[in-house]
Design a protein around this ligand. Structure first.
Ligand code: PLP
Length: 296
């Protein structure tokens, strides 16, 4: 299946009872059980919900792993990953340029709990090799970065981290699985602010965490259940169809870039207008720059 086809078909059968092609919004907290302890796969919506499950299946398929866990925001997904894997005394190495919320949660929440946070230039591979040690539990990068759109070498960073037994987390928010497949490059965990390009229309706040290790997503999803942080089912239903906008944005981004190279002001504004009308809503300058850079 091509990417665009997966976004609308992977894990999304028509609804068996009515044949509805679009995922129904299962607005329920609790599910009937056949007998005590024997449910039909769903028990309580904090743990699992059919609408959320569909979106998790699509995301897992797009990133090439078995399971994804959906959260109320990108930061809630990050929090779950950090809680699932870090313990007092562990070290996490993060890149110099990293989303402000990631920097804050690590320095304001996890550092006081005894996690050592080391920040360094992840493009300096020799420096990274020196800094990563047996004590390093996790190396966390985002690429391209927010805000500076720096690009890091995922495969090289994974090699260095894995040599010391550290996990590599890639925040794939800006690239999306359409442009970048971190698991293929060696990453162990991927997180997303679904709020951005995966949803594409600036109308929802959601996050996701995915892991290569088959037990990983369960471990992360268990935290969604145990500490909450789950998102609303209406949001899940919307986001299922939106990833198609990424492909459209790419085409418009390329058209913008070509118009810029040719000094074609009309072409530039025509493609930009088209992008604004039909692509992801451009919420800020970074979004626009990201599209340009990704198209480069
Ligand atoms: C790269 C990146 N990761 C994570 C987040 C956090 O996502 P959310 O705002 O959905 O919590 C953001 C938000 O801007 C982001 O840009």
């Amino acid at each position: 299946m091509e990417f665009a086809t997966k976004t609308i078909h992977a894990g999304q059968p028509s609804e068996p009872e009515t044949g509805s092609l679009i995922a129904p919004i299962f607005q329920t907290s609790t599910y009937e059980q056949d007998s005590p302890g024997h449910d039909k796969g769903f028990n309580y919506s904090r743990t699992n919900n059919p609408t959320r499950q569909r979106l998790e299946t699509v995301l897992a398929e797009l990133e090439g792993v078995h399971q994804a866990a959906l959260f109320a925001s990108g930061l809630a997904a990050e929090n779950a990953v950090l809680q699932a894997y870090l313990r007092p005394g562990d070290e996490i190495v993060i890149s110099l340029d990293v989303y402000g919320g990631t920097y804050r949660i690590l320095n304001k929440v996890f550092q006081p709990l005894g996690v050592k946070v080391t920040q360094l230039d992840a493009s300096d591979l020799a420096g990274l090799e020196k800094a990563v040690s047996e004590r390093t539990r996790m190396v966390w990068i985002e690429t391209p970065t927010n805000p500076r759109l720096l690009v890091y070498d995922i495969a090289a960073i994974c090699k260095i981290a894995h040599a010391q037994g550290a996990l590599v987390v890639v925040d794939n928010t800006f690239a999306t699985p359409y442009f970048q497949q971190p698991f293929e490059l060696g990453a162990d965990i991927v997180v997303h602010s679904v709020t951005k390009y995966l949803a594409g229309h600036s109308d929802t706040i959601q996050g996701a965490a995915l892991a290569k290790d088959p037990g990983g997503p369960e471990r992360i999803a268990a935290l969604a259940c145990d500490t909450d942080g789950i998102d609303g089912t209406e949001d899940n239903a919307g986001a299922i169809v939106y990833p198609n906008t990424i492909a459209r944005a790419e085409a418009r981004g390329i058209a913008i870039k070509e118009a810029m190279a040719a000094n074609d002001a009309y072409g530039f504004f025509a493609a930009l207008g088209d992008l604004v009308m039909t692509g992801p809503t451009l919420t800020n300058v970074n979004d626009f720059r990201a599209i340009l850079v990704l198209a480069a």
